[in-house]
Design a binder for this molecule. Structure first.
Ligand code: NDP
Length: 290
């Protein structure tokens, strides 16, 4: 069976991994990148280097975008928007849900279809069914190109709303970055006491491994809007976080991260939630919405 032609625009680490996986699977691939040299290795492996974004769009129906963000996508495609008609844009550039929805509307206005994707994998996971990309937007676009997209990662279609994949991606990144910064802060703090990251690994590994149990325990209570202080109390959590801030200060380590956490706990205390669970802080966060 003939493999579908794929145009890949954007050859950062992610786009290069994607174009490489498609070539390996036997797909004809056309590539374009602002910095043309980034395509050299792919061209040596059989990819066609488009001379311009217009040529890249002309090469085939399926166009995978792997750019820094949606602003970069407009920078590349807006000057050649008249060449978008009939193209299916699979936009794997990350950005906000609002920008993903705007991008889908913009594509539609130019006669193209738009599928949003959030890749939940580093470049090393591309080409593996064990990785997942979250998609949202028209299911028929996904189905039309499922064969080629399945080469990249596993597929999870969240629904027709173009913003959903971007939203779920941001939710994952919200947890990822705040958790990784907490990890780095603990390593810095440990280092100030002569404890290496390697020595700390099994302890922090256990902390992270235990997290799903906490999530499972609190999820139904949070969905029910119930925050009883039967297991933990906000007053206790506030003092616990204060100890972290003081330990960081005493150790000469930047306390900004735990201090930001403490500030939220203190707002919850000021809201009168001392006897509730720390999960009641979700109401404090919600009341801060503007
Ligand atoms: P990079 O930022 O390294 O590369 C992005 C690409 O965007 C490059 O090809 C770059 O071109 C191009 N680009 C940026 N700005 C412009 C512009 N104004 N005009 C034209 N081209 C532009 O990103 P990655 O490859 O790492 O990732 C791509 C997307 O995938 C991002 O949205 C990222 O958030 C997402 N992602 C990345 C992961 C990762 O681990 N790397 C994991 C999951 C998702 P040039 O080469 O000329 O600079």
């Amino acid at each position: 069976m003939d493999r579908e032609h794929v145009t890949v625009i954007g050859l950062g680490p992610m786009g290069r991994a994607m174009a490489g996986a498609l070539l390996k699977a036997g797909h004809p691939v056309t590539v374009w990148n602002r910095t043309p040299e980034r395509a050299d290795e792919l061209v040596a492996r059989g990819a066609v280097r488009a001379a311009s974004p217009r040529d890249a769009l002309a090469a085939g129906t399926l166009v995978v975008l792997s750019l820094t963000d949606y602003a970069a996508a407009y920078a590349v495609l807006d000057p050649v928007a008249d060449a978008l008609a009939g193209r299916d844009l699979v936009n794997l550039s990350s950005d906000t849900p609002a920008r993903a929805r705007e991008g889908a509307d913009w594509a539609r206005a130019h006669g193209a279809r738009h599928l949003t994707g959030g890749v939940l994998s580093p470049p090393s996971g591309i080409g593996s069914a064990g990785s997942t990309t979250l998609y949202s937007g028209p299911a028929e676009v996904l189905e039309a190109h499922r064969g080629a997209l399945a080469v990249l990662t596993g597929i999870d279609h969240l629904g027709e709303d173009s913003g959903l994949a971007a939203l779920y991606y941001q939710l994952q990144m919200d947890v990822f970055w705040t958790s990784m910064l907490a990890y780095l802060h603990a390593v810095a703090l440990a280092g100030a006491h002569g404890v290496s990251a390697r020595r700390l690994l099994p302890f922090l590994g256990d902390t992270f491994t235990g997290m799903p149990e906490f999530l499972k325990f609190y999820t139904s209570r949070i969905d029910a809007g119930e925050y009883p202080g039967d297991v933990d109390r906000l007053a206790m959590g506030t003092e616990s976080v204060r100890h972290i801030v003081h330990t960081a200060r005493d150790s000469g380590i930047d306390p900004a991260l735990p201090a930001a956490v403490l500030e939220i706990f203190e707002r919850g205390m000021a809201d009168g939630r001392a006897a509730d669970s720390f999960t009641s802080l979700i109401e404090t966060m919600r009341s801060a919405r503007t």
